[in-house]
Write a protein that binds this ligand. Structure first.
Ligand code: ADP
Ligand code: GLC
Length: 486
């Protein structure tokens, strides 16, 4: 079976978060089940620079007035199609924001054009490319199934994966006439969303199936507050909503063979973590005070509870602990954390920015990974952490609640605990959890048991890929039967 995956970021070419990791890893996992994926991404400046060996295979004329050159290439084992529209994608900055961090004002147009190009490729406009299913991700590509149904008249099966519904692609109704869609697409069963145009809402109403990245998040978004306005729409589609938890790419995230670690290690050489811890402290310029090391590796955002770190810092210091933060995002949170590090130069270090090497060093060297997320569709960093024997201390929400086994008495007695959870997500309960974790840390024997249990938990993609495969095949079979009847 051939699947066309249309997505706005993919590791290692372009990444702002877990979406890229998933888009980069799922094709290889699906290949094990006989599914071939072709991944379609925008020709951002960074992507064009990283793919000198690409070949032009087609030109799509008049994609909402733009000409899109389509390139085929292979990169890091992925089969890629690049949609090159320089006027929209050849820019400084990230995929969605300019260099100063402000969202591009024409994102509505950039991702409408990209989605329409993806939909046209899905219907077989380019000779030799005939997918049996279209897979799209988040608001950026949610319009593709809408274009398929309302503009291209295609019944090709479609799956929309929700990685994060906080971002919805909601725009003033004034853009409706620019999208190249008939009036019938803008009703309550389509794109109309509280009087605006909602890309994600349109995708949810139109796709044959909707998946999200953990069963818990799939339940949470059916109601307030985590439905974030979409709960009613999702309720309508609840029979077609599936939760499939993300896996991790073990070729990239394995402490035994991680070239970015000064001292790779495994279950039998956990003591080598000490060298990584020393290297990490050294890298950020902190002395080793001997207590538990708490690390934060994330987008600094309200979603991630990054504003809760400063209020709980004293509890960490009281336990003899230190804090290392690596992240970027919300300017006011950044400012507060920089000030915190300034006040406690031997206890707190912050690296503002995105840094792949630091990410690996943190996993290989920190004792605790702190994740006070207010919501978390799946979360990947806790999975990387556990694989590396860094113990997650995380909020009990979304994917965090089902991928971490809390070290409560029952789990400890059965030797299955892999981390710590706390709830509700506020400074007070986080302080309490930090106290508990620090007490555990004093007992290094129990701590190492936790580490081993975390490291041996199965976070590979295979089970989840099997679930995607089952869903894709069911939709494909249904489509074949329906077209025979017609
Ligand atoms: P989200 O997609 O919501 O940001 P995830 O946990 O799913 O959260 O994925 C985050 C991804 O981004 C992980 O691969 C993580 O390692 C990476 N990451 C986050 N912050 C940084 C950073 N400052 N430097 C390097 N990698 C980061
Ligand atoms: C989103 C979510 C995160 C999830 C990732 C990949 O960015 O915030 O929880 O792990 O997508 O699915």
């Amino acid at each position: 079976m051939n699947v066309l995956s249309v997505v706005s970021e993919v590791y290692p070419l372009i990444k702002t978060g877990g979406l890229a990791d998933v888009a980069g890893a799922l094709p290889a996992a699906l290949a094990e089940y006989g599914i071939h994926s072709l991944t379609v991404i925008p020709g951002y400046r960074k992507v064009m620079a990283a793919t000198p060996d690409r070949t032009e295979i087609a030109v799509l004329a008049d994609v909402l007035g733009f000409e899109a050159r389509i390139f085929l290439c292979k990169a890091s084992g992925l089969d890629l199609l690049i949609v090159d529209v320089p006027a929209l994608f050849d820019r400084e900055g990230g995929p969605y924001q300019d260099a100063s961090g402000a969202p591009f004002e024409d994102n509505w147009l950039r991702f409408a054009v990209f989605s329409l190009a993806g939909a046209r490729i899905a219907t077989g406009e380019i000779a030799g490319i005939e997918p049996q299913l279209l897979h799209v991700h988040d608001w950026q590509t949610a319009l593709a199934p809408v274009y398929l149904r309302y503009r291209l008249g295609s019944a090709l099966p479609t799956v929309l994966t929700l990685h994060n519904i906080a971002f919805q692609g909601q725009y003033a109704f004034a853009i409706a006439s620019e999208l190249g869609l008939p009036a019938s697409a803008f009703t309550i069963d389509g794109l109309e969303y509280y009087g605006d145009v909602g890309y994600l809402k349109g995708g949810i109403m139109t796709a044959d199936a909707i998946t999200t990245v953990s069963p818990t998040y799939a339940r949470e978004i059916l109601a307030r507050p985590l439905g974030m306005g979409l709960e009613g729409v999702l309720q309508k589609r609840r029979n077609d909503l599936y939760g499939i938890v993300n896996g991790i790419d073990l070729d990239i995230w394995s402490p035994e063979q991680d070239a970015l670690l000064p001292a790779p290690y495994g279950l039998d050489s956990l003591d080598r973590r000490a060298q990584n811890r020393a290297a990490l402290l050294d890298r950020v310029g902190l002395p080793d005070l001997g207590g538990p090391l708490f690390a934060v590796l994330t987008r600094l955002a309200w979603q991630k509870g990054s504003d809760l770190i400063e209020p709980v810092a004293d509890e960490i210091f009281a336990a003899g602990g230190q804090i290392i933060i690596c992240g970027e995002g919300d300017a006011s949170i950044e400012k507060k954390l920089i000030a915190l590090a300034g006040r406690h130069p031997d206890k707190v270090a912050i690296h503002v920015g995105y840094n792949e090497t630091m990410a690996h060093l943190i996993m290989g060297g920190t004792d605790v990974l702190l994740q006070p997320s207010r919501f978390e569709p799946c979360g990947l960093t806790q999975l990387y952490a556990m694989r590396y024997g860094a113990i997650p201390l995380a909020a009990r929400t979304g994917g965090l609640s089902e991928t971490i086994i809390d070290a409560n008495d029952a789990a400890l007695a059965r030797d299955v605990a892999t981390g710590f959870q706390f709830y509700p997500v506020n400074a007070e309960s986080l302080r309490h959890a930090i106290f508990m974790v620090s007490e555990f840390f004093r007992d290094q024997q129990t701590w190492q048991r936790l580490q081993r249990q975390a490291m041996t938990a199965d976070f590979s993609w295979s089970r989840s890929a099997a679930q995607y495969c089952q869903l894709f095949e069911a939709l494909h079979d249904h489509h074949l039967r329906a077209s025979k009847i017609a």
